[in-house]
Design a binder for this molecule. Sequence first.
Ligand code: ZN
Length: 343
Amino acid sequence: MNRKLLNRKKMLCLSCMEEHEVEMVSYIDKNIFKGVSVEFPAEYYYCSRTEEYYADEIQMCANDISMKDAYRQKQRLLTSKDISAIREKYGISQSDLSLLLGWGKKTITRYEGHQVQDAAHDTILKKLRDDPEWFLALLDLVKESFTESSYAKYRTKAIRIFEQERDQYLRKAIFAQYARFSDNFEYSGNVRLSLDKVVDVIRYFSNAPQVIKLYKVKLMKLLWYSDTLSFKRRGHAITGLIYQALPMGAVPIAHDSIIDLYGVDYDEVELGDGTGYYFKKSVNEQYQSLSKEDMDILDEIIRVFGSCTKDTIIHAMHMETAYVKTASRAVISFQYAKELSIP
Ligand SMILES: [Zn+2]
């Protein structure tokens, strides 16, 4: 048997009922549970006089959970630790999670202990782990059962998780759209795409009081001008966005997605010619990903274009060499940056 010595102490030995030095050991134990043979780490005392292994109450309890977790793993069920990790994720107590799922008050406590959950409950717990939106829906259904403060606490936390997970997914989708350009530094302006910088630059513009009427078309031009001026002055862009020449000027690839990144706030408004996206001030006025030099470039762009209308900036863009020399819908190369109208 491959046993590991954990400790040795003088105590009343429950095997021979004498006081002597007893070994505390661990080894991989075997058992059959619900017809399934399982192997699990277990801890025991060992009496060298009787050559017997035995467990006290605490060890018995821990060994039982260890055995059941081994069974759960073998059956691809959540282990007791997996279940408590779901509660930690949402910051919810055992009884409140039971309540949320419409189960008996002690159900989750039991599942984190000796009772193995059935497959149906296991599926529900996994869904809840992976779907914060469903957590929010359930929470609203049982709202009345919680105190106001518990409800508010769980809701805030779940919304935050929901937004973060959605943002991670969105970021992956954006990087996927950029993957085929990953080695083309002429297109990205000598830097790799930084979505943190994209978010900070957008917030920097929407928070600047000198920038008026910041709708999407204008914002897209401000981004291109910022990256291009940065490239002209320093040999590299700020964000790593790649721009295409569209009829209204430069527009970054994945433009629909970048405005939905966490931290960017806009209102959808009905304009004469369709829906407009109006970018709002954000509460957060920290720009952790931007350097002082980045912000100097942005300030220069704000000075030139902050107060101009969408039509003025489109017109300016149409006159830029980079735009004139790029075929319609093609990617705009940063090689034209030296001819930018802004010195
Ligand atoms: Zn003994």
